[in-house]
Design a protein around this ligand. Structure first.
Ligand code: IMP
Ligand code: MG
Length: 181
């Protein structure tokens, strides 16, 4: 059966097919193209997970924009840790800029909180977030999620940039951890 994959010790079942993801990302892109029509934002890609979403989204954006990257880490295996580490911090001057954070997933919101603190300190003019997936049941931050392709249940997912211990990012579809695993 092609509808499940095994990564390391876990089995995942197909959850969102590739074509559906493309269509949802197009909708997000349409909205961003409208909202940032006359602006020149910096799209801040959070490595490694958001790479695939960022590439898919960027190809659909018609606005004038630049990209910049940060690398943060808060996950170990299939659960979030309390500490967000700055593996690569801000490398561009974002003072006075409109910044749109690109995320593969917003889970507890701890990573986003860390980014908000970092970007506020950097003196950004305006800050929003666009995420491919969002788990509202796990989210503990009061801040709005401005653009979201999919709201998903609080279960571990892989594919489209999302990983299990580094693997599975290259899967074109999104898979969900099998219930009995
Ligand atoms: P947060 O800080 O709890 O919001 O977690 C955000 C980060 O945790 C994401 O950027 C992912 O790297 C990772 N993460 C959270 N949930 C999942 C999941 O279901 N699959 C894969 N990675 C996840
Ligand atoms: Mg990530």
């Amino acid at each position: 059966m092609m509808d499940s994959v095994t990564i390391l010790d876990k089995t995942f079942v197909k959850f969102i097919p590739s074509a559906e993801i493309d269509a949802a990302i197009q909708k997000v892109a349409d909205q961003i193209n409208k909202d940032y029509k006359d602006d020149d934002p910096i799209l801040l890609v959070t490595l490694n997970g958001a790479i695939v979403f960022a590439v898919d989204l960027l190809k659909k954006l018609t606005i004038k924009c630049k990209i910049s990257c940060v690398k943060l880490s808060s996950y170990s295996g299939t659960s979030s840790t309390n500490v967000v580490k700055n593996l690569i911090g801000l490398t561009d001057d974002l003072h006075g800029k409109r910044v749109l954070v690109l995320e593969d997933i917003v889970d507890t919101g701890r990573t986003y909180q860390h980014l908000v603190n970092m970007l506020t300190e950097a003196g950004v003019k305006d800050l929003r977030i666009a995420t491919m997936t969002y788990k509202p049941e796990a989210y503990k931050l009061g801040l709005p999620i401005h653009y979201c392709a999919f709201t998903i249940p609080n279960k571990f997912v892989v594919g489209r940039g999302l990983d299990y211990d580094g693997y599975g990012r290259n899967l074109p579809d999104i898979y969900q951890l099998k219930i009995d695993d």
